[in-house]
Design a protein around this ligand. Sequence first.
Ligand SMILES: Cc1ncc(COP(=O)(O)O)c(C=O)c1O
Length: 360
Amino acid sequence: MSRIFNFSAGPAMLPEEVLQQAASEMMDKDGSGMSVMEMSHRSKFYQKIIDEAEADLRKLLNIPENYKVLFLQGGATLAFAMIPMNFMVNGKIDVINTGVWTKKAIKDAKLYGEVRVVADGEPNGFKTIPDLDSIKFNKDADYVYMCDNNTIYGTKYPKYPNVGDLALINDMSSCFLSEPIDVSKFAMIYAGAQKNVGPAGVTICIIREDLLARTPRNPLPAYLDYRIHAENGSMYNTPPTYGIYICGLVFKWLLAHGGLEERKRVNEEKAKILYDYLDHSKIFKPYADKANRSLMNVTFRTLSEEMDAEFLEGAKKYRFTNLKGHRSVGGLRASIYNAMPIEGVKALVAYMKEFEEAHL
Ligand SMILES: Cc1ncc(COP(=O)(O)O)c(C=O)c1O
């Protein structure tokens, strides 16, 4: 076995213990005589898996009773459309624009009504989260939409906006379960699983019941109606069974290793190692504004595109992969989600030092 440090923004590393458990259960899960992949989603074996996954997620995040937990498909991208389809009942929403992922959500929401960008990070290349205290939200907004951790630029909200009585919807795809959060601040949280939680193909949605009860302006096709998924315990159709099982194993791994408080501590420690180095380096420059830095995606660059390319080439020697920045901003990016061990971060910084010394 030869595992490497994979700094991918997603799909990303999973905890080794989880992969090993999945491997050990591949041929026979709990005496069922079959792999989870082969199980009917209507079987008692599978019902136990999805029930435990939901119960463990509720425990991890302390999810209040009046929220539904859904395991769906279609990625965060389908949610960009489903959210306005389901919840834009009066046809007006407020959005805080923090990059590519909110822009895509804005584009889809515009198909269903008026989108008011109430704060915009674009003028400074999305290096900062806009000033949250000066935002004036519109009282008639069906909801306020935000993206917590901006995977491409490496920014993260330093706190949450005060939206008063308005419903706040948060795309947490790239920071979900990286630290504790107060779920009750949000009407809906959602995340694609493939960064911190499991394989691609599962989208986790946590939706407050009063938001769910809003009647969409138009009847919706069944799969696109969140209420139908909620009424059917994520089993209206065949759910992404194996992906949910892996998410469930990751939830158990998180619970067994100190829960989200401990994850936050470790994630802060990992990110600090990289940022401290970046802040003092003569050739590596951090991209995101210091006050809005992500613990999950550390974005930086060297003195030139040629040097970035040389750095990536040299990384191969240590078998570090996926350190290239997103194509829309270029540069370099190290995604250090929950499953990236601290040794991976230390090894990366050791390589950066070696590279820097060779270029001074
Ligand atoms: C914050 C955020 N939102 C949305 C998406 C889109 O997710 P998906 O590809 O699962 O649709 C991504 C993908 O990287 C993301 O990082």
